[in-house]
Ligand binder design. Structure first.
Ligand SMILES: Nc1ncnc2c1ncn2[C@@H]1O[C@H](COP(=O)(O)OP(=O)(O)OP(=O)(O)O)[C@@H](O)[C@H]1O
Length: 301
């Protein structure tokens, strides 16, 4: 069982079906990303997990407890909402002091979370004067007060610059090393590729795919390897002989090879056995393209 479990959740807004039987499980100490196009139901799901809205049907379990019934589980959960709406008249530090008091967290922890998100220097500025990125950081700091075991984030990368994304990644990797379970929705595929251990792809209120990003690429893009070599002719003649090679394209000394099945190990062995010199051999991890193909396939169903 995961640290966060969602079982068969349904939700309608009037006649609009937002969630149509969603089940997912986020393992303890891993980063789980919920992906999907606009309107897929991601925010609705996060709002149900955090009990901001009720499901029409289905069950939520966090750290073995039903958050709708056992509110004290929230002592162990940090939540960063989409585009956090923080009181502009407070400074970052005042906001954290207030939150620490409400959560019953020691004031010492404020220093720790400010350092974690690199906001110590801006802590005394009013939130009204913060950039979007600073607001995201202080919202994350607030969520991290009291060392939560589960961190839930709705689109933490909206409006953030690449440097902040780097910082955010650092903080989240640090949390993961500490055993924190992270569940996030995002449209930032590059972040997903770099960080997520598992993805759930939502489409029209249903889980259309679950697995690692590598699984997503393999399933929707096929098995495409990129091989760099100086022995182009020898490689080409070998590739033409192999029945599991579906398509070959090349550009100077770079070969793009599509396989009919996952025969990567076999192919590499053949190359090495023939003494073909290879500079690099890797799976084409074009997550964006795979995501586009997944959406196309989901729409066609
Ligand atoms: N309060 C509401 N009233 C009516 N319909 C709603 C409400 N909130 C969401 N919806 C509808 O429910 C569906 C799911 O919306 P939701 O916001 O959960 O999707 P999302 O995947 O988070 O989208 P986005 O990526 O655009 O944030 C959409 O069709 C949306 O229009």
């Amino acid at each position: 069982m995961g640290a966060v479990n969602v079982t068969n959740v349904f939700k309608r807004y009037g006649t609009k079906r937002a969630l149509n039987g969603v089940s997912l499980s986020a393992s303890k100490g891993y980063i789980t990303a919920i992906l999907g196009p606009n309107g897929a139901g991601k925010t609705t799901l996060i709002r149900i997990i955090t009990t901001l809205i009720n499901p029409d049907q289905g069950r939520i379990e966090i750290l073995g407890k039903d958050p709708f019934k056992e509110k004290n589980v929230f002592n162990k959960i940090g939540y960063v909402q989409e585009l956090p709406n923080l009181p502009p008249f407070l400074s970052g530090k005042e906001l954290l002091s207030l939150s620490a008091r409400l959560k019953g967290v020691n004031k010492e922890d404020i220093k720790r979370v400010l350092e974690l998100v690199d906001m110590t220097e801006n802590a005394d500025k009013k939130i009204a004067k913060y950039s979007k990125g600073m607001i995201q950081r202080i919202a994350l700091a607030e969520a991290l007060l009291g060392c939560p075991e589960v961190l839930i984030m709705d689109e933490p990368n909206v409006g953030t610059d690449p440097i902040l994304n780097l910082k955010m990644r650092d903080v989240l990797n640090h949390m993961r090393r500490e055993g924190v379970t992270i569940v996030m929705t995002t449209h930032e595929l590059e972040e997903v590729r770099k960080m997520a251990d598992k993805v759930f792809f939502l489409f029209q209120g249903k889980v259309f795919f679950e697995g690692s990003t590598e699984d997503l690429v393999l399933k929707f893009l096929g098995i495409r390897v990129i091989i760099e070599t100086q022995d182009g002719e020898a490689l080409l003649s070998l590739l033409k002989k192999l029945d599991y090679v579906k398509n070959i394209e090349f550009e100077s000394n770079k070969f793009f090879v599509e396989l009919t099945e996952d025969s990567r190990e076999e192919l590499l062995r053949e190359i090495v056995m023939r003494g073909i010199r290879v500079k690099s051999f890797y799976l084409n991890q074009d997550l964006e393209k795979a995501y586009e193909m997944a959406i196309r396939e989901a729409r066609a169903k």
